[in-house]
Design a protein around this ligand. Structure first.
Ligand SMILES: [Zn+2]
Length: 457
């Protein structure tokens, strides 16, 4: 018989289509699904209730969804701290090119732990550095995600445009076109699960216009559509990228993506900072999604993405941590606040984004761009029981009456419990399935090992 877990006495922000909220309500989880939710106490007479949680003083929201990350960067944090994107990449490519399976696994564990303990229930990793002969990097990342217990999309990245072909990465850090496509297809075949409650999905994800050939973009898009999986890449991040595209391809990034088959409802792109009105209209028309990464954009001085204009045009927008070499905190819940604050520095000022819109970006918007909005991203009967209990009655938040404003504008709220498909993965801010202290030690050791190896090259 299906087991039920009942949460009661919580403020609830469902992030459904009407932004329904309850000042004091209940959620009933049955197996891996949300069975019912609403105001007041749970219905009487529920059978097989194995646990009843009194969530007085808490806000319940959908689990956060991260839509852009590079896990391996966990062991190269705090380097090249005063650079723009291209200078930062040129400084770090030679270090990244020395990663191996052990480093990748430890870095994935660190990235996943940091996000999960902060309320992320669906994560993604855009991994695009595959040095030859270094083991099964994709498999090690997926293993770390399974162990942490989060729902996961691996965006199998690739680079095949080295310096000799006018690209930015050194030639020794890139794969061949054929090698990248074959390895990506093998990863999809081995790991992609298309089912409703999938824990692991795979996307096809050549890295960026300045590190990937036109052929890899075109053939990658064909591969993804043949396999029925999604497409992800970086787009329109900086003025330097825009200049690069005009010089090499005679057009801006969005037109270039359109010419290679890279606009569509099965595509989501990180950043999209430098978009003109016609770029935004093209994204809206094709339902191409955006992973907005406000902290990384600030850290690398990339600019302010036009999120209010994108939302007004109907572009699906989610939030991303981005790699932790350009956002050392590695937390998604602080990105809700940063999205709101950075947005208000732009032309829309105080009307740019409100707290509820920020929460929507980090939950439902993320599920939309990952192609999983039927399953997760809002609290509704029949959807997966991916949800977070945020503690709101401590010093940090207790004096704020509006719990959604407290969550978004206040300090990072403690996570009392986090559930993925009805399975609890966090309790009182600690991971239940992974030893955080052991992960901290192994990430430090692997960061040192990588620095030593890179320093000798
Ligand atoms: Zn990125």
């Amino acid at each position: 018989m299906t087991q039920r877990i009942v949460i009661e006495n919580a403020a609830i922000a469902t992030v459904d289509a009407n932004d329904t909220e309850y000042a004091s309500g209940h959620v009933v989880m049955a197996g891996n699904l949300i069975e019912s939710l609403g105001a007041g106490r749970a219905p009487e007479g529920l059978e097989n209730v194995v646990r009843r949680i009194d969530a007085t003083g808490h806000l319940v929201t959908p689990g956060l969804v991260n839509t852009h990350h590079h896990f391996y960067q966990w062991i190269t944090r705090g380097l090249a701290t005063d650079h723009n994107l291209f200078d930062w990449l040129v400084a770090l490519y030679p270090v990244w090119a020395r990663i191996d399976e052990r480093m990748t696994y430890a870095a994935a564990q660190g990235s996943l732990a940091m996000m999960a303990r902060g309320g992320v229930t669906t994560a993604m990793d855009h991994h695009y550095v595959f040095p030859r002969g270094t083991g099964d990097l994709s498999g090690s990342i997926i293993r770390a995600a399974r162990e942490t217990g989060v729902r996961f999309t691996l965006a199998r990245g690739s680079m095949d445009r080295g310096e000799r072909d006018g690209g930015l990465p050194p030639d020794f850090a890139v794969e061949t076109l054929e090698g990248a496509l074959a390895a990506t297809e093998a990863t999809v075949d081995e790991h992609h699960d298309a089912s409703f409650d999938a824990m692991t999905q795979v996307a096809v994800a050549p890295c960026s216009p300045f590190s990937v050939s036109t052929e890899l973009l075109k053939e990658g898009a064909e591969l993804a559509r043949r396999k029925g999986v999604r497409l992800h890449t970086h787009g329109s991040e900086t003025v330097e990228e825009e200049k690069f595209c005009h010089e090499l391809f005679g057009m801006g990034p969005t037109d270039y993506f359109e010419s290679t088959g890279w606009l569509g409802e099965d595509v989501w792109m990180a950043h999209c900072v430098h978009m003109n009105d016609s770029d935004i209209a093209a994204f809206a028309r094709t339902r191409t999604g955006v992973a907005h990464c406000p902290s990384s954009n600030a850290r690398l001085a990339a600019g302010i993405a036009r999120v209010p204009d994108m939302l007004a045009a109907g572009v699906p927008v989610g939030l991303g941590v981005d790699g932790t070499a350009s956002n050392e905190s590695g937390e998604l819940h602080t990105e809700l606040r940063n999205a709101l604050l950075v947005g208000r520095l732009g032309p829309h000022r105080e009307a740019a984004l409100n707290a509820r819109q920020a929460l929507r970006l980090g939950t439902y918007g993320g599920a939309q761009v990952l192609g999983r909005a039927r399953e997760t991203g809002s609290l509704e009967p029949g959807k997966l029981a991916d949800l977070v209990l945020w503690r709101m009655d401590t010093l940090a938040h207790a004096s704020i009456a509006d719990p959604v404003a407290a969550l978004v504008l206040g300090a990072a709220a403690p996570v009392t419990a986090s559930f993925v498909g009805g399975e609890q993965i966090v309790e009182n801010g600690r991971l239940l399935h992974v030893d955080e202290d052991a992960v901290a030690r192994s990430t430090r050791a692997e960061a040192r090992r990588l620095a030593d190896i890179a320093g000798r090259c």
